[in-house]
Design a protein around this ligand. Sequence first.
Ligand code: COA
Length: 477
Amino acid sequence: MATRKKAAKAKSKAAAKKSSKKVVKLKTVKKPAANGNGLPRPSNKPWGQAGRALEGVKVLDFTHVQSGPTCTQLLAYMGADVIKVERPGIGDITRGQLRDVKGADSLYFTMLNGSKRSITIDSKNPKGREILDRLVKYCDVLVENFAPGALDRMGLTWDHIHKLNPRMIVASVKGFGPGPYEDCKVYENVAQCAGGAASTTGFRDGPPLVTGAQIGDSGTGLHLALGIVSALYQRVRTGRGQRVLAAMQDGVLNLARVKLRDQQRLAHGPLTEYSQYGEGIPFGKATPRAGNDSGGGQPGWILKCKGWESDPDAYIYFITQAPVWGAICDLIGKPEWKTDADYATPPARLPRLRQIFDTIEQWTMTKTKFEVMEICNGHDIPVGPILSMKEIADEPSLRKTGTVVEVDHPVRGKYLTVGNPIKLSDSPPDVRRSPLLGEHTEEILRKVLGYSEKELAEIKVSGAITAPEKPAKAEAA
Ligand code: COA
């Protein structure tokens, strides 16, 4: 018995020795860290030199106009290889819309399609379909924002794509989600209206207003990009792709959620931070338009600054944040308001906001918006100058951070574009000019899809990558 125990002890000692040796070996060959999450060890490369965040992700970009291109441009800035498919001879319709330079792609197009490659393929040509199938097998993500049903009519149904490439993520922008309006075509302002934003924008005594920020198009593109990177992350575990849908109505509502908040608060009484409350105007059944009232709990308004008579942007947004009320009173020459029961507390101020902002405006009108900004920031008072697009374009700090970037285009020359508004410390953005129509067609067919010269010659005569020849003038007559 004792000898058997001794032998077992010796065996386990040897096994332990062996396994401890194994551990040492594991360490020396730099296998994945034994932390259980299956991730590689942290890179030792200097920050910004370990590749871009989405490097290796291949995107088949079937987008056009604004919402889809916003999404794929962001993915490209993050390092994805974005291959934009366009109709031969025509391309994305925005290439020719709102043209400012004769013969050059419009800024509408160039500012939404930077850092991408362009290939022309007629998706209704049999050879074109063959090329698309190869691209489907090659890519990780297909992004599209055609009218409902258009992708299916091209033969690119979910079943077809999933069969060719089960890892493919198919991401779509549509105007509406499933429901009564799902078949409708939608543009920016339709979405702003249907998503609830327009009914809550503007002044109470005026009609609904749309905003200049493209919350329906660019906003939904942003939502879609988040859906895509989430699906890519889930694919690491499941190995399969999925469909991602961002409906513009949903995207706008998500951005206007504080107004749905107010809708529900209405059931419990008036919205006391709306100036309408102070003016004694009763609330109706729905969230009203609130002019320039603040959307949060700190009252604010847009006030005139020096030069407002001739400069349409000489204004500042002024927030009467409660903790700095004393500093505001001192600045505007009303120190007595600090202790006056009618002004000293936020609830006491609510019914007289209009009069309070009129008084503050008497002070802001004596200063430029930048002077007001400097003085108020010195006292921690939150204010925002109304910056014109000219001021934004000229602002050196935005150039320095890469939010506004100048790129050079072979036809139009230099132009400004908006770089990546999201900054990653280990993934420097890749902001390049937009491609010319079909600029990378041959490069992609040869180098990405591996077509031989003979096959390429066949493709060229098939009409799959070139616009149909226009008949000669004499024939046309
Ligand atoms: N080769 C051949 N045909 C192509 C093609 C290609 N490379 N690329 C597009 N087409 C065809 C499509 O197959 C479609 O043809 P079909 O209707 O015969 O099937 C056609 O071009 C036009 O597509 P569609 O999306 O209907 O364009 P539109 O100009 O009529 O509508 C929108 C534009 C924006 C209203 C519509 O696309 C839409 O509602 N999209 C979803 C919501 C959206 O993103 N809106 C915001 C836009 S910023």
